[in-house]
Design a protein around this ligand. Structure first.
Ligand code: GLN
Length: 488
């Protein structure tokens, strides 16, 4: 049962071939068996899952089933869930139990899903390997004995979905945190247009970049999840007055003489990628050409400066967002000799090294001496990148680029902070521009590990992005059934 996609499971649930309770038990058993080794959940919610499943079965029996009724999912532990601990993988929020439900998790309740648990991530979503988690890193189920990273920051969800410890789940993408982990675990990760999914109740990292989105095994599944998550929310002033209609199965955008122009970013041509990535990227391009797609070179002149701009803007916003964790209202508190000393002790004990580093960088770039030379310059680069994408979309419909340079690295890789930051090279520009980007499996490298390609589109062209991603998925034909990946 674990190998079913969401689309397949829904059919079997509707025809009553399986029940939501059976499906949920299959996942809970597997969590029991492999959950500790994979470390993909910070908190599991088996009782809640079973009561959700019972309610789903009742709705199926009554003929009132909801769109995703009985589908067992993992919720990134960044989304506040009422009466369920929400940690952001930080010691600061280790014992925080929200009294409210985030909009995204509420929408999943309204769609009838079953909550299996809160998945692991980098602390406050800052990181690339999920290693900054206070709860230890999740493990990639591919070549499990090698202890590879499942990516970050949404690495708990990718570890869970690839290993069959959830059928799908949520991530958030501020600079690549849905796409990078999905790419290196053989999954589909969709970063929607900024504003398509509400950020309300999602622990803030960098508010102008944070984008909730789905992680699943197929493009169709990701679309079903996105349809449940998307929609305007009056509680988030940046939420767009747009929804996402799943139209699954996602319809072909190519073939039968259909025309499509796809752009390849010139500036990425000189960025070093693994020979496997190069080969798979070229193979998928020729596949798409065989269906009639036309490829052109486009230019995003400042795209290689996106990293520098991102690592100014994101820490700046983080330093402001994380100022609220002061030991006074909620979260950890370490008493000191006076108020200032309490602040210092609380924040020194509550935040890990990477989060502290970001807050120091963020505070520095916002200081009056640095504001103009760092923050405002970064904001200008951001504007230029967004304008260049707009200009490029005058020439082409969609853009293709790699999602990462290579396959998953070992969790114990000894990388410097700057080396980690450099891994985001292919992903951050889309966050700066607020445009949709989907990472889809491109094939397997020589070492047997998956690699991903990104499809990038105009703002609110999320559906077309996923349509092209589906063609790539079909050509790549990566077998990401959990029992195949895990060998059990
Ligand atoms: N790796 C990036 C960072 O550490 C992206 C994180 C994210 O998208 N949440 O900032």
């Amino acid at each position: 049962m674990i190998d079913l996609t969401i689309t397949e499971a829904l059919e079997k649930l509707k025809s009553r071939e399986i029940s939501a309770t059976e499906l949920t038990h299959a996942y809970l058993d597997r969590i029991e068996k492999y959950g500790a080794d994979l470390n993909c959940y910070i908190t599991t919610t088996p009782e809640r899952a079973l009561s959700d499943a019972t309610a789903s079965d009742a709705r199926y029996a009554a003929g009132t089933a909801l769109p995703l009724d009985g589908i067992p999912i993992a919720m990134k532990d960044l989304f506040a869930t009422r009466n369920i601990r929400t940690t952001a993988a930080s010691h600061m929020l280790e014992n925080f139990v929200p009294q409210y439900e985030s909009t995204v998790s509420q929408k999943f309740i309204d769609a009838g899903t079953v909550l299996l648990g809160k998945s692991n991530l980098d602390e406050f979503a800052m990181g690339t390997f999920s290693k900054t988690s206070y709860f230890g890193a999740p493990v990639n189920p591919w070549h499990i004995e090698q202890k590879l990273t499942a990516g970050g920051s949404s690495g708990g969800t990718t570890s869970a979905v690839a290993s069959g410890l959830a059928i799908g789940g949520t991530g958030t993408d501020t600079g690549g945190s849905i796409r990078f982990p999905s790419a290196i675990t053989g999954l589909v990760g969709m970063k929607p247009t900024y504003g398509l999914c509400s950020r309300w109740g999602c622990v803030a990292f960098a508010s102008s970049l944070d984008t909730p989105g789905p992680i699943a095994r197929t493009v169709d599944d990701a679309a079903l999840l996105l349809a449940a998550m998307a929609g305007h929310d009056s509680k988030d002033s940046t939420s767009a007055d747009a929804g996402f209609n799943a139209h699954t199965p996602i319809l072909p955008i190519l073939g039968d003489g259909k025309k499509l122009r796809i752009g390849i970013i010139k500036e990425f041509a000189n960025v070093e990628i693994s020979p496997d990535m190069k080969h798979l990227f070229e193979s998928r391009i020729s596949d798409l050409k065989s269906l009639g797609a036309e490829f052109i070179d486009i230019s995003i002149p400042n795209i290689l400066d996106a990293l520098a701009a991102y690592y100014i803007i994101a820490p700046a916003e983080a330093s402001s967002n994380l100022a609220r964790y002061d030991g006074m209202r909620y979260g950890l508190r370490v008493d000191g000799t006076d108020l200032i000393d309490t602040y210092k002790k609380t924040r020194a004990a509550g935040f890990g090294t990477e989060v502290q580093r970001r807050m120091i960088i963020g505070t520095a770039v916002l200081s009056s001496e640095s504001y103009e030379v760092y923050f405002m310059q970064a904001a200008r680069v951001r504007r230029m990148i967004a304008d260049s994408f707009n200009a490029a979309f005058e020439q082409c419909d969609l853009i293709l680029c790699p999602a990462s340079a290579g396959t998953a690295l070992p969790l114990d890789s000894d990388l410097s902070p700057l080396e980690y930051y450099a891994l985001d090279l292919f992903t951050v520009a889309m966050n700066l521009a607020g445009i949709p980007a989907c990472s889809v499996p491109a094939g397997l490298a020589q070492n047997g590990l998956p690699l991903g390609i990104q499809v990038v589109g105009r703002r609110f062209d999320d559906m077309r992005v996923m349509q092209l991603a589906k063609h790539i998925e079909q050509f790549a034909g990566v077998d990401n059934r959990p029992t195949k990946i895990m060998g059990k």
